[in-house]
Design a protein around this ligand. Structure first.
Ligand code: HEM
Length: 133
């Protein structure tokens, strides 16, 4: 009996280590395949948790690739939910990651502290020694 999988469940598997993809209405768990993919893992991430049928076909994958897919089959996309799946497309996980706050703080803070130290200590010391001369 065919196992039907909801778009919500498919869309939740959208990261490099947990990567599902729909091809021709069938759902595949390609989490373990990313590193081995001759086309690279990045391209797979573009379709993580989504329908990659068109991209897969456009590349003209070999029958060897098709056979590989069979081993990774999980179930079928619930019929009639293609649009719902597309609507659940999220930006790539990497794009969603927050900006590196530590780096921004360091870039702003380090010159400010340096200026403060210079103005209050180094520059004063220098001008005092000049005054004394
Ligand atoms: C989802 C399961 C996928 C599997 C199992 C898979 C498997 C493979 C395999 C075995 C090859 C080697 C050539 C061949 O035998 O056809 C290959 C190449 C390639 N794949 Fe995939 N692929 C998948 C998805 C995708 C997707 C969604 C894309 C997106 C465009 C893609 C892009 C490519 C590219 C560009 C190459 C050629 C790499 C090169 O020769 O430089 N693949 N893939």
């Amino acid at each position: 009996m065919v196992k039907y999988i909801t778009p919500e469940e498919i869309a939740a598997h959208n990261s490099e280590k947990d990567l599902w993809m729909v091809i021709n209405g069938k759902v595949y768990d390609i989490s373990t395949f990313g590193d081995e993919h001759p086309g690279g893992v990045e391209i797979l991430l573009d379709y993580a948790g989504q329908d990659g049928t068109k991209a897969y076909k456009d590349v003209g994958h070999s029958t060897a690739a098709d056979e590989l897919l069979e081993e990774l089959y999980v179930g079928d996309l619930k019929p009639g939910t293609e649009l719902e799946l597309a609507s659940l497309k999220k930006d790539r996980a990497v794009k969603n990651s927050p900006p590196p706050i530590g780096l921004i703080v360091a870039i702003v803070l380090v010159p400010m502290v340096a200026l403060f130290v210079y103005k209050n200590f180094i520059s004063k010391k220098t001008s005092t020694s000049f005054d004394e001369v």
